[in-house]
Every structure is written in structure tokens, then in C-alpha cells.
Design a protein around this ligand. Structure first.
Ligand code: NAD
Length: 523
């Protein structure tokens, strides 16, 4: 019987599934040394976030075939070390989507009918039927910000209440949203037209305070706002002011900028209801986080394919090590393209050049897809599921080869949105990724750190103007390059900077004479 080690608490049903196929040992709260001892002869290990599987620990495992992480993130597993040893890593990213969606709907109903406030009043011995007059969900407009796993589950359920649904998710093509019966619009428009607004995006530098003072000022007087995603998505000060002055109707919050909240004035308001980050806290979500991975462990121990595989250990090592630098290059190009385009991609054309044209480039393509998807999705994009996710988002992929290239072995990637396209050529120099062209302008930059890409008209003094403005805001320029096609024509400036440039500085850059656009990219 295979030995299955469980080192974090998982649901008893998951344990039962595993007991059918192996000798199960449950040992929680282990020190790294104790874990090393136990993992030595284990065939499978099941963890949550409490167990850290470093390279040192993975290297000790002699028989390990599968690492199962019950839940979403796999930051506590050294994926590379597992992959190199041919150990499959699986997780259960979808386990809590329904629970969070149901809490969202619960919040919408509770806020619409003042259920928590009316309950408290009733328990105080009052019989106040006037103060808690509510509104219906029926025929109201629901604005969903972020149409990923949870946002889509909310949309399905809201439709059953007869709501009209609008959405903001720049990375979802219009047709995909249309198939779900959702009209896409920008975030400000969504705030104007919605009676209920709910957030389902990951917290990133782009989504921080996606609902700020400006957005709140556009909302209807009766608007109800729900946040079951992450605290930093809403500017809590602006929300407090609006709710205090009854500029909007109410808010329902499962998440806060600081958790647990300390002296948060929002919690003093009668038109705020909330829960302590309980979106995923259901019997079913916790059960399925465990049972989904347990079922996958069974499949892997039986030599069958599993669904939620996070890494790709089945590739021959020799092939993997040859392609690895190109995979890193195409992933970086993908990262850069999605940040530059900042909209949904309809089509990508990948051209493999030089000797690379003779290789099997499937993994290079998959890495590129990971690059364009991972900055916009919460978690769970990997080399296995990236093509399926891209297909679900209607991204058309075309591949080609050219045997000759001035850059040797190189990749050219053109990504097309509805109105704009970005093309990037990259190659390797001493085994490291280097960008050689951006939109046809020749450059020579390492795709790493923070990069500012500025489109401008080639005029004397442009470099000085940009340098001066950034200097005024204390932004240090570590490197700069200018690419132009002809003197006096449209050109680009690419700057490596030491720190993130604040949005207001980017806006000021855009307003300088002869500057056409400026974008900041975090690689
Ligand atoms: P997901 O990755 O499946 O979907 C995220 C969606 O956001 C994607 O469709 C993506 O295109 C979109 N997006 C990314 N950047 C955007 C931007 N700048 N503007 C608009 N849309 C953007 O994620 P998910 O599993 O649906 O999770 C959604 C949120 O729910 C996350 O913040 C997650 O942390 C949170 N969550 C909360 C709980 C809880 O206990 N309350 C539990 C699970 C998840």
C-alpha cells in the first residue's frame, strides 16, 4: 500500500477517500526536521497552507509521486524542485467559488432588505416596520467587476432573480460576456448604471482602490456595494464618507483593508453590514478543497491523468532544459504585452526564428499564454491549463516559423486587441532573455523590474524633459533607450526605473508636449 502523509488538517471525507488507496498518516504541526523524516518514504503528501515544502525537504523524498495542496495558492511548494524530481503537484482552485458567490447573493439580499439591522432591532424588543423598508433585486441592474470564476457564478445566480447584468473586465472579450448575458462597459459607466455593484477581481496594483472617490460619486443614490473579494479594492475612506452622508444606500463587506479591522469607522455605520472574511468558510468549500485533491491523489497513484495539475513533470528533462530559457523569454513577453495592451487579446501570432524554428515549441507557446494570463487571474494558471483558459477567453493563436533572423534564435509575438496591436521580438543573450524590438523599434533591454514605455515624437530635448519630470518626483532612472524609425518621426523611449512610478506622474508624462502615450510595466 502506498504511504499517504497528511500534514495539515483536511476534511474527514478527503481522509476517507485516501484511506481506500493507501496507508494514511496524519501528522500536523511538524518541524522541518520531523517533516523530512516522515516524507522520506511517502508516496503522496496532502497539505494546506501550513506546510512549507522547500527544495531541501522535497529532495529527501525518495518515493514521492504527488504533492496535493487543498486550496488555491501553491506558494508554499517549491514547484521547480518538485518538477525536477518528476513529482506532480495538484491543487483545488475552484473549491470556494460557489461559496463566495452565495455569500455575495446573501449580502445583496440582506442589504436590500436590511435583514441584519431588522433582526437586531427585533431582538431589542422593538417592532419597527417603517425603518427597514427594502428594495427588490428583481429588474435591478447588477454591475459585476471581474468576470472570473466567482464573478461568473454570481452572474448565473443573479439572473435567476431577474436582474440585468453589466460587467467590467477588460480581459474578457465582448462575445464571451455576451454569451453569459452580460453587457461589458468601463468601470465608471458600470458605477453610473448599477443598482448593485459587486467586486470579484484579484488585488493588484491596477485594481487597488478600483472603487475610489470618483467612482462612488458616479453611483446612484440607492446603490448597494458588495465586496467579497479583497479589502484594498475599495477606498474605505471614500466609502465611509459616502455612506455617512447617505450618498449611496449601503455596503456589505466580507473583506477589509486591515484584517481584523481596528477602529474601522465603517463598522460604526448602520448602513454597513459585514462578516469576518468568511467567503470560503462553508462546510462544502472546505470539504471540496480536500476531496478534490484527494480524488486527484487517487488518480495519480493509479497512474491515471489528473485535472488540476500545476506543474509539468512529464517532459523529458533534456528537452525541458533546452527550452527553459525560451519559455522564460516568452512568458516575460506575454507579461509585457498584456500590461502594454491592457485590454482583451483577440489574436496572437507567434513566430519562432532561427534554430528555434526546428524545435517542438509547444511549451514556449504555453509559457507565453501563462505570461498574458497570470497577471490578470487570481491563481491557478499553469502550463497545463493555459491553452484552455486562453480558448475560453476566445484568444486565437497562430504559429509560424522563419529559419533566418538577424537576432539568431528568437521569438516574435504579435498580439492583437480590438483596435490596437503590440509586437515584441525577443532573443537570448548569454542564456538570458533580451527584448530586441517593440512595435518595430529596435531596443536592447532586459525584461525585468519596472519599465516605462513612452511613445513620443522625435524632437530635440525629449529625453531631458522626461528625465526632469521623473527627477522632480524622485524617480531614479537606471537605464534608458530610444528607438526611432526615422528622424523627426514617432519614436519610443524605454526606461528602467528603480521604483514604481505613481499614476499621477504617468498622467503628467502623457501631458508633456510631443508625448503620445506612457505605460508602466512591472516584470
Ligand atoms: P479569477 O482569477 O478566476 O478571476 C479574476 C477576474 O478578474 C478575471 O476574469 C480577470 O480577467 C479579472 N481582472 C483582472 N484584473 C482586472 C482589472 N484590472 N479590472 C477588471 N477585471 C480584472 O478569480 P476568482 O477566483 O473569481 O476570485 C475573485 C476574488 O475573490 C479575488 O480577489 C479573490 O482573492 C477573492 N476571494 C475571496 C474569498 C473570500 O473568502 N472572501 C475566497 C476566495 C476568493
Amino acid at each position: 500500500m502506498p504511504k499517504i502523509l497528511i500534514t495539515d488538517a483536511i476534511h474527514e471525507d478527503a481522509v476517507e477517500i485516501l484511506k481506500n488507496v493507501g496507508d494514511v498518516e496524519i501528522a500536523t504541526g511538524l518541524t522541518p526536521e520531523e517533516l523530512k523524516e516522515k516524507i522520506k518514504d511517502a508516496d503522496a503528501i496532502v497539505i494546506r497552507s501550513g506546510t512549507k515544502l522547500t527544495k531541501e525537504i522535497i529532495d529527501v523524498a525518495k518515493k514521492l509521486k504527488v504533492i496535493a495542496r487543498a486550496g488555491v495558492g501553491v506558494d508554499n511548494v517549491d514547484l521547480q524542485a518538485a518538477t525536477e524530481k518528476g513529482i506532480i503537484v495538484v491543487n483545488s482552485p475552484d473549491a470556494s467559488s460557489v461559496s463566495v458567490a452565495e455569500l455575495t447573493i446573501g449580502f445583496m439580499l440582506s442589504a436590500a432588505r436590511n435583514i441584519p439591522q431588522a433582526t437586531a432591532s427585533l431582538k431589542r424588543g422593538e417592532w419597527d416596520r417603517k425603518s427597514f423598508k427594502g428594495v427588490e433585486l428583481y429588474s435591478k441592474t447588477l454591475g459585476i467587476i471581474g468576470l472570473g470564476r466567482i464573478g461568473q457564478q454570481v452572474a448565473k445566480r443573479a439572473k435567476a432573480f431577474g436582474m440585468n447584468i453589466v460587467g467590467y473586465d477588460p480581459y474578457i472579450p465582448v462575445e464571451v460576456a455576451k454569451n453569459m448575458g452580460i453587457k461589458l462597459m468601463d468601470v465608471n459607466e458600470l458605477c453610473k448604471v448599477s443598482d448593485f455593484i459587486t467586486l470579484h477581481v484579484p488585488l493588484t496594483p491596477k485594481t487597488k482602490h478600483i472603487i475610489g472617490k470618483e467612482q462612488i460619486s458616479l453611483m446612484k443614490k440607492n446603490a448597494i456595494i458588495v465586496n467579497c473579494a479583497r479589502g484594498g479594492l475599495i477606498d474605505e475612506n471614500a466609502l465611509y464618507e459616502a455612506l455617512k452622508d447617505k450618498k449611496i444606500r449601503s455596503a456589505a463587506l466580507d473583506v477589509f483593508e486591515q484584517e481584523p479591522p481596528k477602529n474601522n469607522p465603517l463598522l460604526t455605520l448602520n448602513n454597513v453590514i459585514g462578516t469576518p472574511h468568511q467567503g470560503a468558510s462553508t462546510v462544502e468549500a472546505q470539504k471540496s478543497a480536500g476531496t478534490i485533491v484527494a480524488e486527484q491523489v487517487v488518480k495519480i497513484l493509479n497512474g491515471e491523468p489528473a485535472e488540476n495539475v500545476v506543474n509539468l513533470p512529464m517532459l523529458p528533462m533534456e528537452k525541458m532544459s533546452k527550452l527553459k530559457p525560451y519559455m522564460a523569454l516568452s512568458e516575460k513577453i506575454g507579461n509585457m504585452i498584456i500590461q502594454l495592451l491592457d485590454k482583451s487579446i483577440e489574436k496572437v501570432e507567434l513566430t519562432y526564428m532561427g534554430e528555434l524554428a526546428k524545435e517542438d515549441t509547444e511549451m514556449v507557446k504555453r509559457s507565453f499564454l501563462m505570461g498574458i494570463l497570470s497577471p490578470i487571474l487570481l491563481a491557478g494558471v499553469n502550463l497545463i491549463n493555459a491553452p484552455t483558459i486562453a480558448k475560453n477567453r476566445n484568444i486565437k493563436i497562430v504559429e509560424g516559423t522563419i529559419s533566418e533572423s538577424e537576432y539568431g534564435n528568437a521569438i516574435k509575438i504579435v498580439a492583437k486587441g480590438k483596435t490596437e496591436e503590440i509586437s515584441i521580438v525577443g532573443s537570448l543573450v548569454d542564456g538570458n532573455p533580451v527584448l530586441r524590438e517593440i512595435n518595430g523599434y529596435k531596443v536592447d533591454i532586459k525584461p525585468e523590474g519596472i519599465i516605462c514605455v513612452i511613445k513620443h515624437i522625435d524632437r530635440p530635448g525629449m529625453v531631458g524633459k522626461v528625465g526632469l519630470l521623473l527627477g522632480d518626483y524622485g524617480v531614479n532612472i537606471a537605464g534608458m533607450q530610444v528607438g526611432r524609425k526615422e528622424p523627426g518621426g514617432e519614436s519610443i523611449m524605454v526606461l528602467n526605473v528603480d521604483h514604481m512610478i505613481p499614476d499621477e506622474v504617468i498622467e503628467k508624462l502623457k501631458k508633456l508636449e510631443n508625448i503620445k502615450d506612457a505605460k508602466i510595466i512591472d516584470l
